[in-house]
Design a binder for this molecule. Structure first.
Ligand code: ADP
Ligand code: MG
Length: 364
């Protein structure tokens, strides 16, 4: 067992640069944790702290119950894959794959066996072994970088945006390969990305980071279905969730002339944020009660669906825009439209804090 644990980790470069403020999380053997967040939110710094490339200002890191907070990188038995691949340009593919093992003084017969096995798993054929990184495609370099981590048989794998230098089609294929490959490793994997699709497809757990803190730590399905706050709700999901600041009147939030039951609150605030994903704004069906009225002003074709933007009729000074994912078998042209908000798909957030009001508490 080599469970990885971060306890109240903080990294302060200067009073104004504190990329990691207070991060606690754990990753078990066989778990694939993704750190997901916008650029500059402290993902790479967190990974570098785990690897020992940076020293934490406060907090603790353990691997399999051993405190490694102050251990040298080489003593942590961690393998890291970087976005830049970080291959040695003057060494061949074969030499790159075994460079780490030679340092560890692994016997040469075993080196050969491990390299051959990684090369075959990764589809790196013998013809590539004598080439230098400069003679490889981006996808091949990326596989060599992953291979170099695999042959180490480390206690923990760290990957920092390993797909971001690949073009879109290749990225999709390699993403699927990575998922299969690391599922077979049975050690903790920590993967960093700003790409929500990678996070959702690869992970067993996702930690959404912003501003040096974990905003939510949950399986990907739950991050999507139960975002803990407005930041997570807006960051995860494409097209983005509608987040509408609405006035409250009595027990209702007013979306134009549509009255929507508020969750149970001890005091009703003057305003509340309603969140609803575009796929949950739909053509009204018999029995639907939450119907909004407005005008179509933009139709975007996404292939499987149309993303239709409407301005809701309202007496507020500012227009309210709602976006809906609608089927492509109807023509959506500018003009009046009525749409229904699917029941049970509304999220409520506090205007001040951005925290969610849990759906369980909503009146029905
Ligand atoms: P991410 O990987 O999420 O994009 P990083 O962890 O790389 O973000 O960086 C977070 C912040 O920390 C950035 O503002 C960056 O400029 C700052 N930072 C990173 N490394 C250093 C360093 N060695 N010295 C000073 N500031 C740093
Ligand atoms: Mg980074």
């Amino acid at each position: 067992m080599a469970r990885l644990e971060l306890i109240n980790l903080n990294k302060t470069y200067s009073p104004k640069v504190v990329p990691v403020k207070d991060i606690s999380l754990d990753v078990d053997d066989g778990e694939f944790l993704t750190l997901l967040g916008p650029s500059g939110c402290g993902k790479s710094t967190t990974l570098r702290l785990i690897a020992g490339l940076e020293e934490p200002t406060r907090g603790k890191i353990t691997i399999g119950n051993t405190d490694v907070t102050n251990a040298r990188p080489g003593d942590r038995n961690i393998a890291m894959v970087f976005q830049s691949y970080a291959l040695y340009p003057h060494l061949t593919v074969y030499e790159n794959l075994c460079s780490g093992l030679k340092l560890q003084k692994v016997p040469s017969a075993e080196i050969k066996q491990r390299v051959d096995s990684a090369a075959s798993v990764l589809g790196l054929d013998a013809g590539l072994m004598n080439r230098k990184p400069g003679q490889l495609s981006g996808g091949q370099r990326q596989r060599v970088a992953v291979g170099r981590a695999l042959v180490r048989r480390p206690h923990v794998f760290l990957l920092d945006e390993p797909l971001s230098n690949l073009d879109a089609l290749l990225r999709e294929r390699v993403r699927a390969d990575i998922k299969q490959l690391f599922a077979a490793q049975r050690v903790p994997v920590v993967y960093v990305t700003h790409d929500q699709t990678e996070a959702m497809t690869l992970s067993t757990k996702v930690a959404v980071l912003n501003n040096g803190y974990v905003q939510q730590l949950d399986p990907p399905e739950r991050i999507y279905s139960h975002p803990a706050n407005q930041f997570v709700a807006g960051f995860v999901g494409s097209p983005q969730m509608n987040l509408l600041t609405l006035p409250c009147q009595g027990r209702f939030a007013m979306l134009g002339d549509c009255k929507i039951n508020l969750p149970e609150l001890s005091t009703v605030p003057p305003q509340i944020v309603l969140g609803i994903r575009p796929e949950n704004v739909r053509i009204p069906q018999p029995g639907d009660t939450q119907i909004i009225h407005g005008q179509v002003f933009l139709v975007e074709h996404l292939g499987m669906h149309n993303l239709v933007s409407i301005k809701v009729n309202s007496s507020l000074k500012e227009d309210i825009t709602v976006r809906a994912l609608l089927p492509t078998d109807q023509r959506w042209s500018d003009g009046d439209i009525s749409l229904a908000l699917a029941p049970q798909s509304i999220h409520w957030f506090d205007v001040q804090t951005g925290d969610v009001f849990r759906r369980e508490k909503v009146r029905v």
